[in-house]
Each structure stands twice: as C-alpha cells, then as structure tokens.
Design a protein around this ligand. Structure first.
Ligand SMILES: [Fe+2]
Length: 201
C-alpha cells in the first residue's frame, strides 16, 4: 500500500520535473537584424547596433575593471576609493542594461557572455595581479577615454542617420556619465599636499 502510494508520488513528481532542452538552432544569429516597427530603416538600425554592441562590450569591461579595483584597492585612501569604485561600477551596470536593451529593440542581438565580450572589447585586459592606486586609476581613465571617443563618434553617426534615440542614449547616458566619472577618479592623481609649507622669513 505504502509502496503504491510512493510510486504514484514519484510519477507525479516526474510530470512536474522541468524539461531541459538546449537547442543548437539559434532564434536569431549574432550580427543579424530583424525588422522592428519603429520607423527606422534596417541599415540605420544595423549601423547603430554595431556601435552599441562595441560600446556595450567596452562598458562591461569597464564595469568589471571597477569591481576588480573595488575589491583590490589598498592604502590610505582605501575607504573613499573602495566606495567610489563600487558606485561607478553600479552606474556602468545601469548603462550596460540600457545599451543591451537598445540593441534588442533595434532588432539586433546584444553581446552578453564574458567570452564574447573579451573578443569584442577594445579595453586592454588588466593583469590578474593586485595593483597600486595610481595604476588602477590610470587603467580606468584609459578605458573611459576609449568609450568616450567611440560614444561621441557613434552619437554623431546616429544623429546624421536620424536615429535620435541612439544619439540620446550615447550623449545623455554614456558620454555624460563617463565624463563625470573621469573627473571624480582623475582628481585622485593630482599631487596636492595636505598642508602648505610655511615660507621662511
Ligand atoms: Fe562590495
């Protein structure tokens, strides 16, 4: 009696089990564009998608660089930099989402997995080793500048093509946020003494 009940329970359990099915037929190929009813020509969408995916890969790399430095920072400025690096990582993470979702709404396929980001990004790979603060910040500034140049170029291209949504995202979110973050971190590299030496009279 109890065996029968157990087997019935087992059978019910089988029906409720998730059916895993990983297909090797993709829904949409990477770099392909599906037509979206948003009043933009396919070639305009295609060019915007290419720029957005490039900046997306670079922004993911920058976000992860901020996390690396957030975890590994050391020295007298540990706490403010530990907190600032994490704040910027969170801001970059929001931009990652905006970029990826714009690629999708334009009919593209957003770059997503770490291995694919590595193939696409122009941000130099940092070493696994822990580094000193000036090196950490210099690496971040270098990555920001790569993104800023690409974002301004992409914004101009999108505006000329009539894709004002992409222009707005690149100017209002990518350029403005990256410029502000460069200011916040680069000021830590200015050599200002904590107190003035008194002149001898
Ligand atoms: Fe943390």
């Amino acid at each position: 009696m109890s065996n029968k009940r157990n087997s019935k329970t087992a059978s019910e359990h089988d029906q409720a089990s998730p059916v895993l099915a990983i297909s090797d037929h993709p829904l949409q190929a990477f770099r392909s564009v599906t037509r979206m009813p948003i009043g933009l020509d396919e070639d305009v969408c295609s060019r915007s998608i290419e720029v957005l995916n490039q900046i997306l890969a670079d922004t993911i790399a920058l976000r992860d660089l901020y996390k690396k430095h957030h975890w590994q920072v050391a020295g007298p400025t540990f706490l403010p930099l530990h907190e600032l690096f994490d704040k910027h990582a969170a801001e970059q993470n929001e931009i990652v989402d905006m970029l990826a979702e714009r690629v999708q709404l334009l009919g593209g396929v957003s770059v997503a997995a770490a291995a694919d980001v590595v193939e696409l990004t122009q941000v130099p790979r940092p070493p696994k080793e822990r580094e000193e603060v000036p090196t950490q910040i210099s690496r971040l500034v270098e990555a920001h500048e790569i993104i800023l140049r690409e974002a301004r170029r992409g914004a101009r291209q999108a505006s000329e093509a009539g894709d004002e949504g992409t222009n707005d995202l690149l100017v209002s979110d990518v350029v403005r946020t990256n410029e502000l973050e460069v200011w916040f971190i680069s000021q830590h590299l200015v050599n200002v003494p904590l107190s003035e030496e008194q002149p001898n009279h």
